[in-house]
Each structure stands twice: as structure tokens, then as C-alpha cells.
Design a protein around this ligand. Structure first.
Ligand code: MN
Length: 285
């Protein structure tokens, strides 16, 4: 199932470029009291919600998906985890392009580990990316995003895929510079998730998905998740060896080669096979 969040926190089921409002299913979510459990309440209850979403959508008239404002399909992750250098060809460009990395010691993922992005950086495609810095290079990084479905602590790679609730397209927008990654990649709007969640049952082979991004119709990045250095089970094993993962946690799996700058007025068009595509406007803030 493809599930989006849009406009004023409505929930929709997406079929063939049409959206079916299923917001009434939210009435079946259990009520929360402070302190709320870590993680995203919607994703934590996703399995129970699926039949409710189906019923609600069946009663709705189709709406053109392009007529709504798409928000991040995950509202409240407990954390956004990201893989720094997880494609060989991106490692090569990062090690040789000094505009890209002033740090001459770019390390592959096994030595670099993972990093965290601020939850407040998360937006949906309809919100766009507001570039904060005028004289600083800000790059697009298109990545497959993995959405965790259940509490997961120190899981082995052979069981790791059972922790996945869904997939989405992620953009890990990045200021280039010498600062730590969590600083450069956590400004408001610098994590884009969308256009919707695709439940894991629809993507049996996440390790073989074409992904790409165009900027103003110019193809910048094009690869396939089969070139990941740490594949998805390994990333979940690795991440959960350090942090307990909660429902709604997002793992950005890393970007392939071809990263490049964006500026005010640019239109980014990101696409991943079996998920869909999303259009994101860049503006100066
Ligand atoms: Mn990245």
C-alpha cells in the first residue's frame, strides 16, 4: 500500500496517481498520554491501520495527487539515521573533488560509521527545500529511505529485514564544508521524505532498485541500490548495534555518485523504482 500525508495532516491511500482520503482511519489510533512513547504513533500502529485505511479509502472519491501539498509521510521519527559514504563511486568523487569535501580523510562507511540528522530538518516534497546559506554550496543527495516498523535492538542481518515497515524516497540535503555531518545536514528542510510510504510487502527486493534525480530536467544522479556497500540488512544490523530503533525511525541508506549544488528556483525531480517520483522546489530563505 502507498500511504501519504498531505495538506492539513490528512492521510491518503495512493493508487495510480490518484489519492483516496483515508483520514477517518486515524480515529482508530489509540489515545496517547504524556510521556508519549518514542517513535511515530502512526507507523507503530500501521499493521492494524491497513484494513481501516482500505475501508476508508474505498468510500472516498479520487483526488489528483498533484493538487495536494505532500508532507513527510513520517511525522515523528525518534531519529533520522544516515549512511555517510555507502556507494563506491560516491566515495571516489568525495575523495577527489575538493569542492565537495575539504576533508582529505573521507572514509568508507566501515570506518566512518553512521550519523544522525535533526528530526526538525524533516519536510515533505510539497514543503520544498529552503536554502539558508547564500555563499555556501548546498548539494542534493538522493537516497533510498528505509522506515523502521518496530522496536529493534541489536538485530542480526538475517532477521533485520523483518524490522522494515516501508520505503520512501529520501533527500539528504548537504551543506559542503569542514563541519561535522550532523551540523551540515540538519538545517530546517534539509531532509526530504516522500512522496509517500510504500509498505515493505510491495518491495520484496529493496536491494535492486533504480534511483535517480534530475535538477531542472538535467540528470545528475542515476544508480541502483545493488551498488550499496552496506546493504539494507547490514545497515539495520549496524544501526541497531548502537541505537535501539523505534517505529518510524528513518534510515537514509547513502547517496550514489553525481551529487551537485542546487540554488534558488531549481526544481528537483527524484525517482526510485517501485516507489514513484517527487518534485521539490528549492528557494532561498
Ligand atoms: Mn547522504
Amino acid at each position: 500500500m502507498k500511504i501519504c500525508r498531505y495538506d492539513n495532516n490528512r492521510i491518503g491511500v495512493v493508487k495510480n496517481k490518484q489519492l483516496y482520503d483515508a483520514s477517518s482511519a486515524l480515529d482508530t489510533l489509540p489515545e496517547l498520554r504524556w510521556p508519549v512513547p518514542l517513535g511515530d504513533h502512526f507507523v507503530a500502529n500501521l499493521e492494524k491501520l491497513i484494513p481501516e485505511l482500505e475501508q476508508a479509502a474505498a468510500k472516498s472519491e479520487p483526488v489528483d495527487i498533484d493538487s495536494v501539498r505532500l508532507l513527510s509521510p513520517v511525522a515523528n521519527p525518534s531519529k533520522i539515521i544516515a549512511a555517510p559514504v555507502n556507494y563506491e563511486k560516491h566515495l571516489a568523487e568525495a575523495q577527489t573533488d575538493r569542492d565537495l569535501h575539504q576533508d582529505t580523510q573521507i572514509k568508507p562507511i566501515a570506518k566512518a560509521g553512521l550519523f544522525l540528522k535533526a528530526n526538525s530538518s524533516l519536510v515533505g516534497p510539497g514543503e520544498g527545500v529552503a536554502v539558508r546559506f547564500i555563499n555556501t554550496r548546498v548539494d542534493h543527495e538522493v537516497e533510498l529511505a528505509v522506515i523502521i516498523g518496530k522496536r529493534t535492538d541489536r538485530i542480526s542481518r538475517d532477521k533485520a529485514i523483518d524490522s522494515v515497515a516501508a520505503y520512501a524516497i529520501g533527500l539528504d540535503m548537504s551543506v559542503r564544508g569542514t563541519e561535522d555531518r550532523s551540523f551540515r545536514k540538519s538545517a530546517d528542510g534539509y531532509t526530504v521524505l516522500g512522496p509517500w510510504l510504500v509498505t515493505a510487502d510491495e518491495i520484496p527486493e529493496p536491494g535492486n532498485l533504480d534511483l535517480q534525480i534530475k535538477i531542472n530536467d538535467e540528470l545528475r544522479q542515476q544508480s541502483n541500490t545493488r551498488y550499496l556497500i552496506y546493504d539494507i540488512p547490514r545497515l539495520i544490523e549496524f544501526a541497531s548495534s548502537f541505537y535501539t530503533l523505534y517505529p518510524g525511525d528513518i534510515i537514509l541508506t547513502g547517496t550514489p555518485e553525481g551529487v551537485g549544488p542546487v540554488k534558488d528556483g531549481d526544481i528537483m525531480l527524484a525517482e526510485i523504482a517501485q516507489i514513484g517520483s517527487m518534485r521539490i522546489a528549492v528557494r532561498q530563505d
